[in-house]
Each structure stands twice: as structure tokens, then as C-alpha cells.
Design a binder for this molecule. Structure first.
Ligand SMILES: O=C(O)CCC(=O)c1ccccc1C(=O)O
Ligand SMILES: [Mg+2]
Length: 342
């Protein structure tokens, strides 16, 4: 299924190089304030196994495949040394926008979270306006939080005083994305303005998903993440297939630690075409990380791997019961991958 033959290391080898950390976040994001990560050490470097806790083992197994690729095989050949990234602005009040943007020095693109549960369109409009005052290209991410009608209304309002680069997952289902894209095309034709492009994120989790949403006519752009897709090489194969359909990709993080970010940056650095800034700048959302933060220069990050700092890793160690939980998950996902390989 993964294409590239890569033999599965024995479980004992994975366990020997495993460390579980818990990273504190500066702001609540995706409903969480700490991010747990299991680091793996292999002959080619480090890998990150960090599926969100609520994911089932079958889905989490793809993340393990990705971690093993990073630590046992290493990155694919790069065609660029640095990767432009976007600022990621959580659903904070507009007054906090300058403080958030200051963590992304030189970024010319910002992604703004919208449609947060319990918030209003007025708050989204204020947050996006505050971002527009500082950043050239603005995209929004609703995480599927709008109904079709809400998305139509919100996107027209949010693009009334400046273009949106795209709207990421405005509605939850592929069908809604298709219909929204149609409605937005009608508005564009009637107003003479450009249509707001749609990017699919949550609609793309497994390797077969992106082609499904693209064929249905639900996406102009594909948000792709290394770990859920099963690794850097799996992402590159997908990007090539999408390029054949005229759909560019945006490589993003899944709130990765500095190690996991290395895999995203390496995949982005290996893409033949890179049209958009990548969502790989979220390291700044952590209060502490397993390695010194990469330095963002002119809105870009170096694509090189980092080595976790043992002192930081020790200081960020998860509690013994959380570490046990992660090791149990590692065992189960390893078992799933070995059944797959038979
Ligand atoms: O794309 C970015 O700018 C950062 C990554 C990001 O937003 C994200 C991180 C973890 C989980 C979900 C998402 C998301 O894109 O919705
Ligand atoms: Mg998203």
C-alpha cells in the first residue's frame, strides 16, 4: 500500500529509542493546551509518533509508518534549502493578533482560524481585518465549522475588503465543499470579483482522499500532512498525482514538535513546485520544544533536521502513566503495520 518497500523494524528496536514528551502550548489550539509526542530514534535520525489521542489505532498506524520512515530511512532529496511558511493565527481576540504575528518574523502569508465554536462572524471579521493590516496574503481555516449557508455568508463578508488566498475546509463534507465552490463561482460571476478558492484539509487524511475530493470538484488546493499520509515519500507521490490535476499542495504540520516539523520541512523541500507558503511555522505556538527553535528568516525556515536536546527531552518528559499509554499505542500500531506487511 505504501509503495516504497521499507522493512518494519522490530518492536524492541522502536521501544529502545522511544521517549514520550508533553509540550506546553502558549495558546489553546485545536482545543488543547499540551501536545504529547512519542519520539523514536533510528539509524537515520529521529521520528515523531504523535497521532492525536482520540484517533483509532488504524489511523494512528499511518503516523507510525511516517515516524519509522524519518528515523530509519531519512529524508528524500531536497531541491531547496529553506521553506516559506505562513503565520498561524489561532482564534484569539483581534487585540492579540500583533503578539501572535511577532512569532513569525517576515511571514508574508497568514492563516487565520475562524468559525470557532462559541464565537461570532463579527469576531472572525475583526481578527481577519487585524491580520490584513500586517500581512500581504491572508487565508482562513474553519476546520469544517460552518454549514453551507454560514460558509457562503462568511466568505463573502471576509473577502469584501480584500481577497482571501483560500478558505481551508469551510464545511465538513466533500459534498458541501463542492456546492459551496459552485455558489462562490456564481457570486464571482455576478460581481466580477475573483472566487474564493477552497482548500481541503480534514477531507484529506488517507492517501486515497485527496483524489476523491479533487475529482468531485471540491478543492482548488490540497492541504497535506506528512504523518497522517504515512510519510514524506507518500506525500510526494500524492503531490505529483495532484499536480497532474492542476491542484497545488500546501504542506502543513499537525502541531508537530521540532522533530516532526523536520519531516514536513523535508517533504516541502523536496517538492518540485512550491506555490504557497507552508503551515509549518507552528513551532512558535509551543512554550517549550524538544530542540532549540529553528530560526525563521524572511518568513522561511531551514529544511534541515534537528537533533532533540536530551536536557529538554528530560525536562519535558510525560508522566509515567501517559508514557505507558503511548508505549501501548506504539505496540498496537506496530502490530497493525506488521500484519499489513504480511
Ligand atoms: O496550517 C497551519 O498553519 C498550521 C497547522 C494547523 O493549522 C493545524 C495543526 C494541527 C491540527 C489541525 C490544523 C489545521 O490545519 O486545521
Ligand atoms: Mg486546517
Amino acid at each position: 500500500m505504501s509503495g516504497e518497500p521499507m522493512s518494519l523494524p522490530p518492536l524492541a528496536e522502536l521501544r529502545a529509542g522511544a521517549a514520550v514528551v508533553s509540550l506546553p502550548m502558549r495558546v489553546r489550539f485545536r482545543g488543547i493546551t499540551t501536545r504529547e509526542v512519542l519520539l523514536l530514534r533510528g539509524p537515520a535520525g529521529y521520528g515523531e509518533f504523535a497521532p492525536f489521542p482520540e484517533y483509532a489505532d488504524a489511523e494512528a498506524a499511518a503516523w507510525l509508518r511516517s515516524a519509522i520512515e524519518a528515523a530509519w530511512l531519512g529524508p528524500p532529496a531536497a531541491v531547496r534549502a529553506t521553506v516559506p511558511v505562513n503565520a498561524t493565527v489561532p482564534a484569539v481576540e483581534a487585540a492579540r493578533v500583533p503578539e501572535i504575528l511577532s512569532r513569525f518574523p517576515g511571514a508574508r502569508t497568514a492563516k487565520v482560524k475562524v468559525a470557532e465554536r462559541g464565537q461570532s462572524l463579527a469576531e472572525d471579521l475583526a481578527r481577519v481585518a487585524a491580520v490584513r493590516a500586517h500581512v500581504e496574503h491572508v487565508r482562513v481555516d474553519a476546520n469544517g465549522g460552518w454549514s453551507l449557508d454560514e460558509a457562503e455568508e462568511a466568505l463573502l463578508a471576509l473577502s469584501s475588503d480584500g481577497p482571501l488566498q483560500y478558505a481551508e475546509q469551510p464545511c465538513a463534507s466533500v459534498q458541501e465543499l463542492v456546492e459551496l465552490r459552485r455558489r462562490l463561482a456564481d457570486h464571482a460571476a455576478a460581481s466580477g470579483r475573483v472566487r474564493v478558492p477552497i482548500a481541503a484539509d480534514e477531507s484529506i487524511r488517507r492517501a486515497e482522499d485527496p483524489m476523491r475530493v479533487v475529482r468531485a470538484g471540491g478543492a482548488d488546493v490540497a492541504v497535506v500532512k506528512v504523518a497522517p499520509l504515512g510519510g514524506m515519500r507518500a506525500l510526494l507521490r500524492l503531490a505529483a498525482e495532484l499536480a497532474g490535476h492542476g491542484v497545488p499542495v500546501v504542506v502543513s504540520s499537525a502541531l508537530d514538535s521540532a522533530v516532526g516539523m523536520g519531516a514536513g520541512l523535508a517533504a516541502a523541500a523536496a517538492l518540485p513546485e512550491l506555490e504557497y507558503a507552508c503551515g509549518l511555522g507552528t513551532g512558535g505556538l509551543f512554550e517549550a520544544d524538544v530542540a532549540a527553535p529553528r530560526t525563521m528568516v524572511d518568513g522561511a525556515l531551514p529544511a534541515s533536521a534537528v537533533v532533540p536536546d536530551p536536557e529538554r527531552v528530560a525536562g519535558l518528559s510525560a508522566s509515567p502513566d501517559r508514557a505507558q499509554w503511548w508505549l501501548g499505542r506504539l505496540d498496537r500500531c506496530h502490530e497493525l503495520l506488521s500484519a499489513d506487511a504480511e
